[in-house]
Design a protein around this ligand. Structure first.
Ligand code: NDP
Length: 285
């Protein structure tokens, strides 16, 4: 079977180009959307994610600031920094890069972010509003997956989607958004019995686990659409997803690669959320 490779890199570029045009229009009216990213410590993967976010912001004309705190900073210092950014009129989006050092409580930190500037969509208010289908800043990876499916012309309504993973960042919110797009959703996790039985029912399979290449040919039916969220470093150093691409792709009708699938969409949606937040704060939405 020949499959459609869902090119997240290309689709994210289209989204960024659209945003660039919108940011230019806003700038002409004197509004420069601003994003602040707080990085605590210097976790190598976080460093690279943060660099990517700052670079992409600048590319589309979003003003960006990187605020660094040391690994040993106290939680109060981080909370004070978030509160300062909540008050900063030049900043419309605040992102605290996770994970935080073990002595900090991410839930307590996220709860302090002004929901109007919560471009990661992680605050309880935005989470709740998303859940009940109200206006909200929605989390970037899940909304990026929905956008990827739309732009790749893959319809979701009436399809059986199986999501593997139930984290607050990916699995849970993407399940809610897919259900709002009228999919029938099954959620699987580490305690699911006979995972392959469930995943073989999927018209669309979303893998968000964080285990290198755990989804094999035995887990899918022919014609499945596969969205691979996982980003894992294999022992030989290669970056791979949760899906064994070479085995699963020939059975699929469409599949995202890793890298170059969901990852670039996550960043594009962060920029989109920053533009949305800036417009709403200035009453332009
Ligand atoms: P978490 O570790 O928070 O969640 C993993 C989920 O997978 C949990 O719900 C866990 O179940 C479930 N799980 C673990 N083992 C199994 C198993 N053997 N069978 C079935 N389910 C299992 O991870 P995240 O959701 O934060 O991230 C998932 C992956 O996506 C990671 O590789 C991460 O790097 C990547 N990611 C990629 C992004 C991108 O932009 N491309 C953005 C965010 C994440 P349980 O709840 O029972 O423990």
């Amino acid at each position: 079977m020949s499959f459609q490779l869902i090119d997240g890199k290309e689709i994210a570029k289209q989204v960024r180009n659209e945003l660039k045009a919108e940011v230019n229009r806003l700038r002409e009216h004197g509004l420069v959307p601003g994003l602040a990213v707080i990085l605590v410590g210097n976790h190598p993967a976080s460093e690279s994610y943060v660099r990517g976010k700052i670079r992409a912001s600048e590319e589309v004309g979003i003003h960006s600031e990187l605020i660094r705190l040391s690994e040993t900073a106290r939680e109060e210092e981080l909370l004070a920094e978030v509160q300062r950014l909540n008050r900063d009129p030049n900043i419309h989006g605040i992102l605290v890069q996770l994970p935080l050092p073990a002595h900090m409580d991410p839930a307590r930190v996220i709860a302090v972010i002004d929901p109007a500037k919560d471009v990661d969509g992680f605050t309880p208010l935005n989470t709740g509003n998303m859940m009940i289908g109200q206006d909200a800043l929605k989390p970037c990876t899940p909304v990026g997956i929905i956008e990827l499916l739309k732009r790749a012309d893959i319809s979701v309504a009436g399809k059986h989607v199986v999501v593997v993973g139930r984290s607050n960042i990916v699995g849970k919110p993407v399940s809610i958004l897919l259900q709002q797009e009228n999919a029938t959703v099954t959620m699987c996790h580490s305690r699911t019995k006979d995972l392959a039985y469930h995943t073989r029912q999927a018209d669309i399979l979303v893998a968000a686990v964080g285990r290198a290449e755990m989804i094999t040919a035995d887990h899918v039916k022919e014609g499945v659409v596969v969205i691979d969220v996982g980003v894992n470093r294999r022992e030989d150093g290669k970056l791979v997803g949760d899906v064994r691409f070479d085995e699963v792709a020939p059975l699929a009708s469409a599949i995202t690669p890793v890298p170059g699938g969901v990852g670039p969409m996550t960043i594009a949606m962060l920029l989109a959320n920053t533009v949305t937040a800036a417009k709403r704060i200035h009453g332009l939405d």
